[in-house]
Design a protein around this ligand. Structure first.
Ligand code: DGJ
Length: 730
């Protein structure tokens, strides 16, 4: 049993592989957090709560109940009761008061994992993969019930959390904050790791020791954002890739979020994650429920590397769905960086024709095929074919591409509308807007009000017509601006602040319809590069465009940061032309391929125009990708170099689960004069087993030597050079 209730200590223990998580119901019915970490024997750990430390005991000193409330490690802290640390829940009750007070009511334990209605979430493939604990709490005065939902995975160090709030009274209640998780740490000696950035430099890793007060990352942009990712790790100061304790938190949500750690007066840490409560309210009428999105919590006793691998395993097996879940993705060529808006059907066909001869398997037609779009200033929302550009029509183009033996994919930006569009002229009220205010233009476009079913139905109707008109096997779903003037013409005054969340639910609804109706289509999410690289999106699309920055060197950092919690197999990565369109750097074609091979792999260049030498090397690159893709998709990922610490080199590995083979990739970012070879220690191998490197089968080395002594990497001439080694068990 992975979840147990102990009547004597009135506590719950969740065991997930080698991790346990303990909660206890204390005096007055509060639910307290006892422990989260490496697995422990069954015993009473309530002493960790320090309930008997005067003057903080309610029974012995009721005068000081506020002090008690301000120090108890609450499992789900409420606003207004004297707990002055950051809270997880606040409301406006029928009288307009904000205080709430949740007390324990009941629990149930069952096999498997529930679906969160309308929301993406991890799932079990069979009920014996996990167990779920639901603890129901009640606030009698506010007439609310809150059900805390925990799932412990049997074979992974993963516990997931969410919460469902129900109005059990006769009056309306407003929720003004509903975070999904709170975890209390009995220490302040932790570092906080977050993934921050901007357009074209997403998910750069930052690490800093916690200090007194609140430190957080968040988004109020309507999407998870380029600027911050809904991921945080808290780890011991000494934790590195391979050792030390690390706790990873990832929010399965694609909208506004907050991730906050607070070091309190007694040098403890409260960590919170949830929907950003800024400009958030949710009206609950009698009997209505609100479900908050899921937080995935991973514990590692062996550093950040193990934490990441646990996330990768969970997401590959229990989050990503659909036909491509376990399949190699087609090698695509995308025309965006090749042509931008300046293309015709004939030009696309020429690219496809050349690409097909080299072994590329799919042509993706990017932005610019619809309405009268020749630049980014028109036609979003008019999802019908731009006839003079796609001469002969879409079906003719797709058929021609198919006749080359290639698949065909298409780009949409379904959430947007251009002011210069038939749609906007007919339905200006369908854009998100504040009545009487000028709308802010961003990339010359407005955001459609996806809280409205009529809007979603209309857009989906147009998309379906396109999808049904030709043999389309891939969609790139883009989203190129953030939200402003957030209000809806369709919501009543008292529900306007629900729009941020309703918008995200609307996006999920449409993605759900699309993936259900077109199960064969491979969906790739994208948001101006990687602004929506989050687990919510991964639930609908097995791959996400990682960044508009395709420069091989910049990608080393972006893919490193992304790998903190997201599997490499989900990272959209292409070989593009040089000088690179984002940074102007020229790197060898081979290095660009080696870096893109870590992800989904494809090309984004005009293959008819690149040098003959580069073109000729594509078949060999594809063969190399094919040889190693299984390892990338199913193996364990090990980070070896770290471009944030030393930007002269990088290295990583993928090791087969049975440790029978491993792919090692090395990039020399900057060549140095007069240097001896660099010793690089491999990871993840079997110590007892002997391995040879594929190109040198006569030399055997034990896993122990390869990991403890390392290999010598030298003789690489020049900047931006890469090297691949394939180790095979003898
Ligand atoms: C942003 C994406 O990240 C690019 O790959 C491309 O699809 C453009 N949008 C098209 O507008």
């Amino acid at each position: 049993m992975s979840i147990t209730y102990n009547e004597k200590s009135n506590s719950f223990k969740l065991t997930a592989n080698n991790t346990c998580y303990i909660l206890s119901v204390v005096s007055e019915g509060y639910l307290a957090h006892v422990y989260f970490g490496k697995v422990l024997p069954d015993e009473n750990l309530n002493y960790l709560l320090r309930l008997d430390e005067n003057p903080f005991t309610p029974e012995t000193n009721n005068r000081d109940r506020a002090s008690f409330m301000d120090t108890l490690p609450f499992e789900y802290p409420c606003f207004g009761l004297g707990d002055y640390r950051e809270h997880a829940l606040s409301i406006l009750d029928k009288n307009g008061a904000s205080t709430c007070d949740l007390r324990y009511k009941s629990y149930k334990i069952y096999d498997g994992k529930p679906v969160l209605e309308g929301l993406p979430a991890t799932f079990t493939n069979s009920p014996d993969e996990a167990q779920t604990l639901e603890i129901t709490m009640e606030d009698k005065a506010a007439e609310l019930e809150a059900t805390l939902i925990y799932t412990a995975f049997e074979k992974l160090d993963v516990i997931t959390r969410s919460i469902r709030i129900k109005n059990v009274g006769q009056d309306n209640v407003k929720l003004t904050r509903v975070y999904s998780a709170c975890v209390e740490f009995d220490t302040d000696k932790l570092d906080m790791i977050t993934l921050n950035g901007s357009w074209a430099r997403e998910r750069a890793l930052e690490r800093a020791p916690l200090h007194h007060g609140k430190q957080s990352v968040d988004s109020m942009r309507g999407e998870s954002s380029h600027q911050s990712n809904p991921f945080t790790a808290l780890c011991s100061h000494k934790a590195d890739e391979d050792s030390g304790e690390a706790y990873g938190f990832n929010f399965v949500y694609s909208g506004n979020f907050v991730s906050q750690a607070e070091v309190t007066q007694h040098k403890k840490t409260r960590y919170l994650m949830g929907i950003n409560s800024n400009d958030f309210e949710w009206l609950l009428e009698p009997d209505e429920k609100f479900t908050a999105p899921e937080v995935v919590m991973v514990y590692s006793d062996s550093g950040l590397g193990k934490m990441s691998r646990t996330f990768h395993d969970l997401y590959r097996n229990n989050l990503v769905r659909g036909e491509y879940k376990d399949k190699r993705r087609p090698i695509l060529i995308n025309n965006w960086e090749a042509t931008y808006f300046n293309f015709t059907a004939e030009k696309l066909y020429q690219i496809a024709e050349q690409a097909s001869k080299l072994g590329i398997e799919m042509l993706v037609m990017d932005d610019g095929w619809f309405g009268h779009r020749d630049a980014d200033n028109s036609s979003l929302g008019d999802w019908f074919v731009y006839d003079s550009k796609i001469e002969g029509g879409l079906k003719a183009l797709v058929d021609r591409v198919n006749s080359l033996g290639m698949k065909f994919g298409i780009w949409f930006e379904p959430e947007m509308v251009s002011p210069d569009s038939q749609l906007y002229r007919e339905h200006p009220d369908w854009a998100i807007q504040v009545k009487g205010r000028e709308l802010t233009l961003c990339r010359e476009q407005y955001v459609l009000d996806y809280s409205r079913k009529d809007v979603r139905d209309y857009i989906y109707g147009l998309m379906r017509k396109i999808l049904d008109s030709a043999n389309i096997e891939y969609i790139k779903w883009d989203m190129n601006r953030q939200l402003t003037e957030v209000a809806s013409n369709a919501l009543p005054r008292e529900r306007q602040r629900e729009l941020w969340h309703r918008y995200v639910l609307g996006v999920y609804d449409l993605m759900n319809r699309l993936t259900t109706d077109y199960p064969h289509i491979l969906l790739e999410n994208c948001s101006g590069g990687g602004a929506r690289f989050d687990p919510g999106m991964l639930y609908y699309s097995p791959q996400i465009w990682c960044s508009d920055d395709t420069d091989a060197v910049e990608r080393l950092k972006i893919q490193y940061g992304t790998s903190m919690c997201y599997p490499c197999s989900a990272m959209g990565a292409h070989v593009s032309d040089c000088p690179n369109h984002t940074v102007g750097r020229s790197t060898p074609f081979s290095t660009r391929a080696h870096v893109a091979m870590v992800g989904t792999f494809g090309y984004e260049l005009d293959v008819t125009k690149i040098s003959q030498e580069d073109r000729d090397s594509i078949p060999a690159q594809i063969a190399e990708f094919n040889r190693y893709n299984m390892l990338v998709r199913t193996g364990d990922h090990y980070r070896i170099g770290n471009m944030f610490e030393d930007n002269t080199w990088d290295a990583w590995m993928f090791v087969a689960k049975d440790k029978s083979e491993a792919l090692f990739e090395f990039v020399q970012v900057l060549g140095r004069p007069n240097e001896r070879s660099r010793s690089v220690k491999l990871k993840g191998l079997d110590r007892e087993v002997y391995y040879y490197e594929e190109s040198n089968p006569d030399v055997l080395l034990s896993g122990a030597a390869l990991m403890q002594c390392g290999i010598n990497i030298g003789g690489i001439w020049g900047d931006y050079q890469s090297k691949i080694l394939h180790f095979i068990k003898k």
